[in-house]
Write a protein that binds this ligand. Structure first.
Ligand code: 2IT
Length: 449
C-alpha cells in the first residue's frame, strides 16, 4: 500500500482508537485509493488525506425533554460538518441509543464520497442523538425534536448544512424539526431540511428514493452481466424505509424479496414480499413503533427465526439493507456457500472490513458498495433542495427519471474509475476513487485549510 496512506491510517488508529466504526471506514476508503495516491505524490505536501479524515467541525449539544409523565430526560445531540468542499454539508440525522461520535463520524465520512458520487453540489455531514424513539408517544417525539432543533438551528441553513432523516428519523420527525426551525428563525427556509412532507416542500419520490435507487443500481450490475432481474430472489435485511423501497421496486420489476430482519430476528417468505398488501404492511410495522419483524410472520403466516440473521438463506442477490456491521466474516462465508452471485450493500457500512475483503476475493461474486448503491436517497434530497430554491415541484416522473439516470451514472463512473487504475470491474474501489477525486480536486483548488 502507498506509504502516505499507511501513515494517515496509522495516525487515525492512534487518535481514534475509541471510535472503531470511524477507523473502519477510514481504512476501507483510504486503502482502495493506493493507485491514485501513487499517481499523485503532490497530495502529501498539502496533507490532503490528513485533512480529509478530520471533520471541518463537529458539535455536541445537550437535548433535554420531558416525557408524558412529566419526567425530565437528558440526551446528547451531534452534528458533524465533515467536508464542505463540494457544497453545503448534507446528510441525515440518526436517533438511536447507540449513537456516539464514532458512529456520527463514520457516517459523515462515508457521506462525503457518496454525495460526491451523486454529481450534485453537496458536501458531507451527519448527525443525530443517543435517543431511543421506540415506544415514545407523538408528543414525546415532538418535544424531543423541538429541543434538538433549538440547540442546532443557528448552525444549519439552506446554504450551510442541510440535515435529513436516517434511522429513527422519518417524515414525522422532520416535520417537528422543521416547524421548530421556522418558529425560531422566523423565515420559511424549507431548503434547510430534506425528507419533508409534500405540503411544505417535500419532493415526490423521496421516501422511495433510497430503495428504488438501490434497485436501479442493481439493474446496471445485472445489465453488465447480461442478466435480467425478472424472477430473481433477493435476500434483504431490515424492514424500514429503505427495505420497503427495495421490496416495492423489485415487485414492479418481477423480482421478489424473500427475507426481512429486525432486532428480534428474521422472517422467510418464500412467496416474496411482493403484494401491495405486504409492502404496505411494512409501513404499518414501522409506524407502530414496536420495532419487530415477527409481526410480519404473525400476519402472513410465514416462518420467523428469533435472534437470527438471514445470511445463509439461498437467493440470487444479497442486499444487506439494515445497519452497519450486519455481515461479519462467519456470515460472509455462509453467504458464499449459498452460491449467491451478487452482494449489493445497501445500508451504510453493512459489512466488516475483513468480510468485505473476503467477499470481494470470490471469483463468482460481484460486490457493490453502499456508498454508491444507496446514494439515490441523498441524491433525491439534493433534488428536493433544487425544487425548494426554484420554489416549484417536479413531477414524480421527473424525479424518478433523474434518479434512474443518476444511478446509471454512478455505476458507470465507478466502473470506469476502477478500470482506469487497472483494477478491473471493482465497484468498491471504483466508487471510492471516483468519489474521492472530485473532493480532492475541489479541496486542492480552494487552498490549504
Ligand atoms: O445515509 C444517507 O445518505 C441518508 N441518511 C440520507 C441523507 C440525506 O441527506 O438525504
Amino acid at each position: 500500500m502507498n506509504a502516505y496512506i499507511e501513515r494517515v491510517i496509522e495516525t487515525v488508529k492512534q487518535k481514534h482508537g475509541s471510535e472503531p466504526e470511524f477507523v473502519q471506514t477510514v481504512e476501507e476508503v483510504l486503502s482502495s485509493l493506493s493507485p491514485v495516491v501513487d499517481a499523485h505524490p503532490e497530495y502529501e505536501a498539502v496533507d490532503l488525506l490528513g485533512r480529509m479524515v478530520e471533520p471541518e467541525r463537529m458539535f455536541t449539544f445537550r437535548v433535554v425533554w420531558t416525557d408524558d409523565a412529566g419526567k425530565t430526560h437528558t440526551n446528547i445531540g451531534y452534528r458533524c460538518q465533515f467536508n464542505g468542499a463540494l457544497g453545503p454539508y448534507k446528510g441525515g440525522l440518526r436517533f438511536q441509543p447507540n449513537v456516539y461520535p464514532g458512529i456520527v463520524k463514520f457516517l459523515g465520512f462515508e457521506q462525503i464520497f457518496k454525495n460526491s458520487l451523486t454529481g450534485l453540489p453537496i458536501g458531507g455531514g451527519k448527525g443525530g442523538a443517543d435517543f431511543d424513539p421506540s415506544g415514545k408517544s407523538d408528543a414525546e417525539i415532538m418535544r424531543f425534536c423541538q429541543s434538538f432543533m433549538t440547540a442546532l438551528y443557528r448552525y444549519i441553513g439552506p446554504d450551510v448544512d442541510v440535515p435529513a432523516g436516517d434511522m429513527g428519523v422519518g417524515g414525522r420527525e422532520i416535520g417537528f424539526l422543521y416547524g421548530q426551525y421556522r418558529r425560531l428563525k422566523g423565515t420559511f427556509e424549507n431548503g434547510v431540511l430534506t425528507g419533508k412532507g409534500l405540503s411544505y416542500g417535500g419532493s415526490l419520490a423521496r421516501p422511495e428514493a433510497t430503495g428504488f435507487g438501490a434497485v436501479y443500481y442493481l439493474l446496471e450490475v445485472l445489465k453488465h452481466e447480461g442478466e435480467d432481474i425478472k424472477g430473481k430472489t433477493i435476500v434483504a435485511a431490515g424492514f424500514g424505509n429503505v427495505t420497503w423501497g427495495i421490496c416495492k421496486k423489485a415487485m414492479q420489476l418481477g423480482a421478489k424479496v424473500i427475507t426481512l430482519s429486525g432486532p428480534d430476528g428474521y422472517i422467510y417468505d418464500p412467496d416474496g414480499v411482493c403484494t401491495e398488501e405486504k409492502v404496505e404492511y411494512l409501513l404499518e410495522m414501522r409506524s407502530s413503533g414496536r420495532n419487530q419483524v415477527k409481526d410480519y410472520a404473525d400476519k402472513f403466516g410465514v416462518k420467523f427465526f428469533p435472534g437470527e440473521k438471514p445470511w445463509g438463506v439461498k437467493g440470487d442477490i444479497v442486499m444487506p439493507s439494515a445497519m452497519q456491521n450486519d455481515v461479519n466474516m462467519e456470515q460472509a462465508k455462509r453467504i458464499v456457500e449459498t452460491g449467491a452471485k451478487y452482494y449489493i450493500e445497501v445500508a451504510n457500512m453493512p459489512t466488516t472490513n475483513d468480510a468485505l475483503k473476503f467477499l470481494m476475493d470470490q471469483k463468482n461474486l460481484i460486490v457493490a458498495p453502499s456508498k454508491a448503491v444507496n446514494a439515490g436517497g441523498v441524491g433525491v434530497s439534493a433534488m428536493e433542495m433544487s425544487q425548494n430554491s426554484e420554489r416549484l415541484s417536479w413531477t414524480e416522473e421527473e424525479v424518478d427519471s433523474q434518479l434512474q439516470r443518476m444511478m446509471e451514472t454512478i455505476h458507470r463512473v465507478s466502473a470506469e474509475a476502477a478500470e482506469k487504475y487497472g483494477l478491473g470491474y471493482n465497484l468498491v474501489a471504483g466508487a471510492n476513487i471516483a468519489g474521492f477525486l472530485k473532493v480532492a480536486e475541489a479541496m486542492l483548488e480552494q487552498g490549504i485549510f
